[in-house]
Each structure stands twice: as structure tokens, then as C-alpha cells.
Design a protein around this ligand. Structure first.
Ligand code: HEM
Length: 408
């Protein structure tokens, strides 16, 4: 006898089906609310702006104990801001908000742009460049420079590879996952040493840098972070910034498929560049969903959610919901031109208010880096040799298989 899908554990289908898993389960439910089991736990999947408001209410959903250990040991780090609630969370979040301002985003983007220009100047005509790898190195250099983390030219490739590995392997069992764990251990040890040196007066952190801020940050309890935890949170600044290389690669993919957008981007129209960055973040896959635990017995549109249930918020589903987006599977940057984006509308990096809740504090940084490099890509004279540009939605995070090879 086959059990209905809501009663069997869906961890394996989730890993195999990738981005389509939760939207598919919700569609089959008939109510838009998926009932399932994940990692042996009862789970419920919700989608849409009202669901996001419900999910981000701390009286409904907590993050403590919600993030599986394999994800903490690769993507976020143990004890990271992502795993905290209430005053503890807001106390830690202050560090991120203090260093990820709009001005800081513009500075990182300038540094990344300058590093990109240097890299392009070093390319030989006819050489094949894998954009994903090049963008990861360029962003790593730019973000380490602005974060006050010393990085010799000879270290850039290895550090970039490790930052990418932590993101690449968090949702995949097997060798990619173990590579992600090793990368995290290496980089936590590296930055633990750096924070220790700053505190001992053996290294002077640049004033206003993330390194300085994290070394002296005090949590809500008034205590400094342990050097290890400071390293975890410093990585939570540079690791996701380097991950913008996924979006940069998607941007090149979009310009290749829909070259009509090149002209406006190349002309330096800032509003269009930002709209283009938003459309890349909406259209292309990155974070499929986020998860928390029901803090008490809840009810969502009449559907009971018992205490302790894992609550999933379908980000990918919302960013492709035809109720919210005209022709959601058309790549159309103009939809964001002249439009104010509501806090619960576009959700590739979470929803609501980053000061009050877990919404990503790095959105200005991600948008600024992506817009800067998209403009440069649009201005660059290059060819796209034959390659496999397939983006499999079964792999989280997804990207063109070839990494997007270009030939200047
Ligand atoms: C590559 C593009 C990025 C994507 C797709 C992304 C996505 C996300 C998502 C989905 C969340 C979880 C939101 C939630 O749980 O409610 C998040 C949180 C976070 N992101 Fe990003 N992010 C990106 C870039 C960045 C950047 C550039 C930074 C920093 C420079 C950053 C730092 C963080 C931090 C610290 C959190 C945890 C916030 C908290 O728990 O309060 N992210 N991000």
C-alpha cells in the first residue's frame, strides 16, 4: 500500500526535486498549504505575502533549533545570527546592520568594480574565461578589502573557492557537502586567528571595517563574541557577498538570451541597472525556501499547525507567483522601473524588515555588486563559445552548467 505523500518523509524528494519540490507539493495539496514530513519532522509549507507576515511574526515562528546541523556546518556556521531569536537576535543583528549600510554597499561595489576592471585588463584576446570563477575571485578581493581582511594576491583563488564551496555544498549530500565542511573549518580557523590578533593588538583593523566591528561587538548580554563566533559572523559578511557570483553568472545568462537589455545597461542608466538586478534576483533560482519552528499551536487560514511543526516559507514560489507577477516566467526588468517594492513582495533574500527580523541585511550589497558587474558585462565585448548553459532546477543552488564561459 502506498502512503499519501503528506505522511511520508520528503527529505529525499526535496533533495532530488530541488526548486520544484515545495511549489509542486503545495500545488498538489489543493489548498496551497503543503503538509509533509522533512528530516523526520512534521512540516508545513506556506507561500505569499500574508504567509510571510505570519511566518516572520516571532510569536508564531522561531529559528532556534530550526536549521539542520548540515546547513549550520556549511552555510551559516554554528551559533550564527540565523539561529537566534528575540533580543539575542536583535543584539547580534546590530553588528550586521552597522557594517552593511547603503553607503558601505556602494563602497564594496566600487571596490569590486575596480577589481573587475583590473581582471579584465589582464585577459588576453581569445582566452576562455569562466565567468562564475572570475566573478567569485573579483568579489572576494573587493569584499575582503572593504571588510578590512588582509588578502595577498596569492590567496585570492583559494579563499574564493572556499567561500563558494560553503554555499555550493550545503544542500547536496556527498563530496560537495564534505568539501563545504572542510572549507568552513579552514576559513573559520583563518578568521579566528585574525580576530585574536586584533584583540591582542598584533593587527590593527581598519576603523569602521567589519573586522573591527566584529572584534569589538557586544551581544545583548554585554559580552564580546568568542573569537570563533566572531569568525563565524565575519564569514557571514564575506561568504554571501562572494555568492553574488551566482547572480552575476545569471545576469550574463540573461544578457545572452535577451541581448536587447544590453543597450540600456551599457548606457549607465542607474535606475535600469537596479531594476535589472532585481529581476535577476526574482527570476533566477537561489534560496528556495526558509524554515522555522511553530512556537505554539497555530492556525493558518483554518489549517492547524501544531507546536513544533517545521514551517517552510516558499520564496521561489512567491517570486514566480502569477498572482503577484505578470508573466512570472518572462525575464522583464522593466517591471521594476519606477516601482516601489513592498517589504513582503520580492523575497529572494527574505521578507519584512531586516532591522526587526531575519530578512537578509545584505540586500543593498547584493544589488549594488550585481548592478555594477551587470553594467560592466553589458559594456564588455565578448563572444559566447559553444557550451552547456543548462540551469538544472534540481541542484540547489542552481547555475549554468558551464559556469558561463566567455571569450574576450
Ligand atoms: C547572494 C545573494 C544573497 C542571497 C540569495 C541571500 C539570501 C538570504 C536569505 C534567504 C536569508 C534568510 C532570511 C530569513 O531567514 O528570513 C538571508 C539572511 C542573511 N543574509 Fe543574505 N543573501 C544574499 C546576500 C547577502 C550578502 C551580500 C550579505 C552580507 C554582505 C548577506 C548576509 C546575510 C545575513 C547576515 C543573514 C542573516 C540575517 C538574520 O538572520 O537576521 N546576504 N540571506
Amino acid at each position: 500500500m502506498r502512503l499519501p505523500r503528506g505522511l511520508v518523509d520528503e527529505t529525499v524528494p526535496a533533495l532530488l526535486e530541488g526548486y520544484a519540490w515545495l511549489p509542486g507539493l503545495r500545488a498538489r495539496s489543493g489548498t496551497g498549504v503543503a503538509r509533509t514530513r522533512l528530516l523526520g519532522q512534521r512540516a508545513v509549507g506556506l507561500c505569499g505575502p500574508d504567509a510571510a507576515r505570519f511566518f516572520y511574526d516571532e510569536d508564531h515562528v522561531q529559528r532556534r533549533s530550526a536549521i539542520p546541523m548540515p546547513v549550520q556546518k556549511t552555510l551559516f556556521g554554528q551559533g550564527a545570527v540565523h539561529t537566534l531569536d528575540g533580543p539575542e537576535h536583535r543584539g547580534r543583528k546590530k553588528f550586521f546592520l552597522s557594517v552593511l549600510t547603503h553607503q558601505a554597499a556602494a563602497e564594496v561595489a566600487d571596490a569590486v568594480g575596480a577589481t573587475w576592471d583590473e581582471a579584465v585588463a589582464s585577459w588576453r584576446r581569445g582566452q576562455e574565461v569562466v565567468l562564475f570563477d572570475e566573478a567569485s575571485r573579483v568579489i572576494t578581493r573587493g569584499v575582503c578589502e572593504t571588510a578590512g581582511i588582509p588578502l595577498a594576491d596569492s590567496e585570492v583563488t583559494e579563499v574564493a573557492r572556499d567561500l563558494v564551496a560553503m554555499v555550493d555544498g550545503f544542500a547536496t549530500p556527498g563530496p560537495r557537502h564534505w568539501q563545504a565542511r572542510r572549507a568552513r573549518r579552514r576559513r573559520e580557523a583563518w578568521l579566528t586567528g585574525l580576530v585574536t590578533a586584533v584583540r591582542a593588538g598584533r593587527f590593527e583593523a581598519a576603523p569602521g571595517s567589519a573586522l573591527e566591528a566584529v572584534s569589538h561587538h557586544r551581544d545583548a548580554d554585554g559580552l564580546e563574541l568568542t573569537p570563533q563566533l566572531a569568525a563565524v559572523e565575519l564569514l557571514n559578511v564575506i561568504r554571501p557577498a562572494a555568492a553574488v557570483c551566482w547572480f552575476v553568472t545569471h545576469a550574463a545568462h540573461a544578457l545572452h538570451l535577451w541581448p536587447r537589455h544590453r543597450k540600456l545597461l551599457a548606457a549607465g542608466d542607474e535606475e535600469f541597472a537596479e531594476a535589472f538586478a532585481h529581476e535577476v534576483r526574482r527570476f533566477y533560482p537561489f534560496a528556495p525556501f526558509i524554515a522555522g519552528l511553530a512556537v505554539r499551536d497555530l492556525s493558518w487560514r483554518g489549517e492547524p499547525i501544531p507546536k513544533g511543526t517545521m514551517v517552510l516559507l516558499d520564496l521561489w514560489g512567491q517570486d514566480h507567483d502569477p498572482e503577484l507577477w505578470d508573466e512570472p516566467y518572462s525575464f522583464w526588468p522593466d517591471r521594476f522601473v519606477g516601482r516601489d517594492i513592498g517589504p513582503y513582495e520580492l523575497v529572494p533574500q527574505g521578507a519584512g524588515d531586516p532591522v526587526e527580523n531575519h530578512r537578509c541585511p545584505g540586500e543593498p550589497t547584493a544589488v549594488a555588486i550585481l548592478a555594477t558587474l551587470a553594467v560592466r558585462l553589458a559594456r564588455l565585448d565578448f563572444q559566447v563559445p559553444d557550451q552547456d548553459l543548462t540551469i538544472s532546477l534540481r541542484t540547489i543552488p542552481a547555475r549554468p552548467r558551464s559556469g558561463f564561459v566567455l571569450k574576450p
